[in-house]
Design a protein around this ligand. Structure first.
Ligand code: DI6
Ligand code: FE
Length: 406
């Protein structure tokens, strides 16, 4: 048994998303990989103090829960910088996609890549998240679009984090785009997703959840429902890319089925908000995609708040709509573009992001019984994390009770 004490910390507990739960002269006791005690350090029980075999002085720096990036597509091959250039020369996202670019560009590169080269290509992107205090990351498939390549992506996502102090959740997103060999036969592709691809992913133990892209350029509500029926059969939680570019009614449908999260939501109607609130799904906002695509339609922030829908924020790290590998920048963009408060942004990357992954009993806040995932920041006020752009105040990261070497 090992007990580590962190003393003189300016702790932001975030047990409840409504307040920082700040403890100015705080201490945390960590037993093995879990938090044993947290509070004012003057109240530290002598019994715990006596058991400590290691003490670390936080010098009044800010200590928060480890950050959770609950929506990424960071495993892929190649990149789309050439398309970025074309878009800035005046070509639209749709034109590029119609001429075989866009997601298909990444699908071709990902299908051609070996598992090992996918791991190598994705490592710098993952490291970028880790440097900013990420201790849990969700990674989706969706650039393979056939059984072999979807499984390869999911295995790469798991292998990527094997030797690193980070927890990974993998999400099966074969219903991301229609592969060219199924042009005009989307329902047949969905049959394959439900009957062959998902069972193969489950049997290989590679899927923690199932996601789908419901959009005019993705899949219809009916097709997504079929994917979710298949997820139900395997007892897998569901998530949905919903209402990003138009209102398809996907968020309400997903929430009614108990989705862990509904993601994007720029075109969410106010009437769907109450359904999400009732269903208990987390609204995952992705300001990186909004920013890169130059969107103007904002998610219905006031209605989401009024209905007390839990709000999370994530990078959506991907090669097309959100080449963003910085959770702190995602928090800043959430504040500036969507009007989140810095508290909402920090809760959105900790306790609410944990909820979006169904992990809220294990991670996301600093409280006894939870895994010791902690970040020490060279900051005084928690709002500094969202306020500064491009400055990384992350000093130390502890994951599952161990200091990570950065
Ligand atoms: N919505 C998005 O913004 C990304 N996927 C999705 O479902 C786009 C992914 C890409 O362009 O590669
Ligand atoms: Fe996404």
């Amino acid at each position: 048994m090992s007990v580590t004490l962190l003393t003189n910390a300016n702790i932001v507990c975030l047990q409840d998303h409504r307040s920082y739960g700040q403890i100015q002269n705080g201490a945390v006791a960590i037993k093995d990989n879990h938090i044993e005690w947290v509070g004012d350090q003057h109240d530290l029980p002598s019994k715990i103090m006596a058991k400590a075999n290691d003490t670390f002085d936080c010098q009044q720096k800010l200590l928060t829960p480890g950050l959770i990036d609950c929506h990424t597509h960071l495993v892929y091959a190649g990149n789309r910088a050439g398309e970025f250039e074309q878009r800035l020369q005046g070509k639209s996202y749709a034109e590029i996609s119609q001429s075989g670019g866009g997601i298909m560009n990444t699908v071709r590169a990902t299908r051609d890549a070996t598992e090992e080269s996918l791991v190598q290509a994705s490592m710098p992107r993952l490291r970028s998240l880790l440097r900013e205090g990420v201790t849990t990351v969700e990674i989706k498939s969706g650039y393979g679009l056939n059984t072999e390549s979807e499984l390869k992506m999911l295995r790469a996502a798991r292998n990527l984090t094997d030797d690193l102090a980070v927890h990974t959740q993998t999400t099966f997103l074969a219903a991301h785009a229609l592969p060219p060999e199924f042009a005009g036969k989307a329902d047949t592709y969905i049959d394959l997703v439900c009957e062959e691809m998902l069972p193969a992913a489950v049997e290989a133990g590679l899927a923690d959840a199932v996601d789908a892209f419901c959009e005019t350029i993705g899949f219809t509500l009916k097709q997504v429902e079929r994917v979710f029926d298949a997820a139900d059969k395997w007892n897998l939680p569901i998530k949905c890319h919903a209402e990003q570019l138009s209102d398809m009614g996907a968020a309400a449908m997903s929430a009614e089925r108990g989705a862990l999260s509904v993601d994007h939501l720029e075109y969410l109607s106010e009437s769907s908000v109450s359904t999400i609130a009732q269903g208990g799904s987390v609204a995952v906002l992705l300001p990186g995609a909004f920013y890169v695509l130059g969107e103007t339609q904002l998610p219905p922030m006031d209605a989401l708040r009024a209905a007390e829908v839990p709000i999370a924020i994530a990078t959506d790290a991907n090669p097309g709509s959100s080449p963003l590998f910085s959770p702190l920048t995602a928090m800043n963009l959430g504040c500036i573009l969507f009007g989140l408060t810095p508290l909402e942004a920090l809760a959105g990357t900790t306790i609410q992001a944990a909820r979006a992954l169904g992990l809220q009993s294990r991670v996301g806040s600093i409280e006894p019984g939870k895994q010791a995932d902690l970040v020490l920041w060279n900051c005084q006020h928690p709002a500094e994390l969202s306020y500064q752009i491009g400055l990384n105040p992350c000093e130390r990261v502890m994951q599952a009770g161990h200091w990570r070497s950065l």
